[in-house]
Design a protein around this ligand. Structure first.
Ligand code: ATP
Ligand code: SF4
Ligand code: MG
Length: 366
């Protein structure tokens, strides 16, 4: 590659996703798991993707990485990685990118680790495939990687099997494997959900440290806004296959506009709360993605919803630099305040009571 080409590449985003749609053709109908998502990740930056279970986070990340089964998947839109279009790339070419340029860390380390292969062999295998390292060189590199992810007695650990390690240690091993070939982008899908709170923090600190040292782009996927608070540069909130709010992290916490984001913020587990404390969960459930409601998909659960929300899908609209939200009656605006007050006055916003379409339509007619 020429210097001019390298200069051009340095200026372009690491990852640029444009209007990505990923649908599954199933006997029940078409599941619209990702429905028009655009995002961008730059080198050295972390994007947090947050949403409840079933909002499409994993499908989005796998769709970006070309890791979905082809048979029943319909995919449209564009995914450019350092300017290269991935949606049309053949598996042979993708294999050069997986592991070496883009890597993943999953929720359960046992699904990424082979239970019957020694840890050392699992790391050196990856080093052999992508970096052509073998024998002593690969072993020394494996020890260095285990040390860099905070595994004590690294040399001894090489000879152990995954079940001989704690959950936190296993996750450190999967991170070491993901980092082995120096990827430019690391996608961590619920990397700490299976771990207890203290270990969670250690793993998140480790990911942040590695990301900064290597100037990687990183995507952290989580259902818990608390996980990405203070760790992501930007947060994208997903609901029913779409990004419904995005903003730089501080801005999102200080001035969120989507009622859904407000609900997620209220659901953040707090460390000082006793374990039996009930969290203020968002009432109701996310919609069925085969037949999502017309208008705003969050309307049946939203304390701000008005009649308009049932028919008009709100587009992502700008609120501040880098801050967009898809809502007709945004939190913290006069329109939002009025909508909430109207619902309160009509007794439709008791916590835990989902608003139903008929009630809102009736209120609109009143
Ligand atoms: N291969 C598939 N075929 C059909 N539907 C699928 C397939 N994979 C995922 N889905 C559906 O796509 C939707 C989004 O799933 P996804 O796993 O991305 O959610 P998620 O946000 O990652 O949830 P969680 O927090 O539980 O991991 C769900 O309704 C799921 O059932
Ligand atoms: S106010 Fe309307 S548009 Fe905004 S989140 Fe609620 S239902 Fe959706
Ligand atoms: Mg998931």
């Amino acid at each position: 590659m020429t210097t001019a080409q390298l200069d051009a590449r340095a200026g372009e985003p690491l990852l640029e996703v444009d209007d990505l749609r990923t649908f599954f053709d199933t006997p029940r109908g078409v599941v619209k798991a990702v429905d028009g998502v655009s995002l961008r990740v730059d080198r050295g930056r972390t994007l947090g993707i947050v949403g409840e279970s079933g909002s499409g986070k994993t499908v989005l990340s796998r769709s970006i990485m070309n890791l979905l089964p082809k048979n029943n998947t319909i995919r449209e839109g564009s995914v450019r990685f350092e300017g290269r279009e991935l949606t049309t790339m053949k598996n042979k070419e993708m294999r050069r990118i997986w592991g070496a340029e883009m890597a993943m860390v999953l929720q359960d380390p046992m699904t990424s680790l082979n239970p019957v292969t020694r840890i050392g062999d699992q790391i050196t295998e990856s080093l052999g495939i992508h970096l052509d390292e073998k024998g002593k060189v690969a072993k020394a590199h494996a020890v260095e990687l285990l040390r860099s992810v905070g595994i004590p007695a690294a040399e001894r650990r090489l000879g152990e099997y995954p079940h001989q390690l704690s959950g936190g240690m296993r996750q450190r091993v999967t991170i070491a494997i993901a980092l082995a070939c120096g990827p430019k982008l690391l996608v961590a899908d619920e990397p700490t959900t299976a771990l207890d709170v203290t270990v969670q923090r250690q793993i998140l600190d480790l990911l942040a440290q590695q990301q900064a040292e290597r100037n990687m782009g990183m995507i952290i996927i989580t259902h818990d806004l608390g996980v990405v608070a203070g760790r992501a540069d930007e947060i994208a909130v997903m609901y029913a296959g779409r990004i419904v709010e995005r903003a730089p992290t501080r801005e999102l916490f200080a001035r969120y506009r989507m009622p859904y984001t407000e609900g997620l913020l209220r659901s953040i587990p707090r460390l000082h709360q006793p374990s039996h404390t009930r969290l203020a969960a968002i009432p109701g459930r996310p919609p069925d993605l085969v037949d999502p409601p017309a208008g705003c998909a969050f309307a049946p659960r939203c304390n701000y919803a008005q009649e308009r929300c049932l028919t008009e899908t709100p587009p992502l609209a700008p609120h501040a630099p880098g801050h967009e939200a898809a809502c007709h009656f945004p939190v913290g605006t006069a329109a939002g305040k009025e909508a909430l007050e109207r619902n309160l006055a009509a007794g439709r916003t008791a916590a835990g009571t989902p608003l139903d379409a008929a009630a809102i339509a009736a209120a609109g007619a009143a």
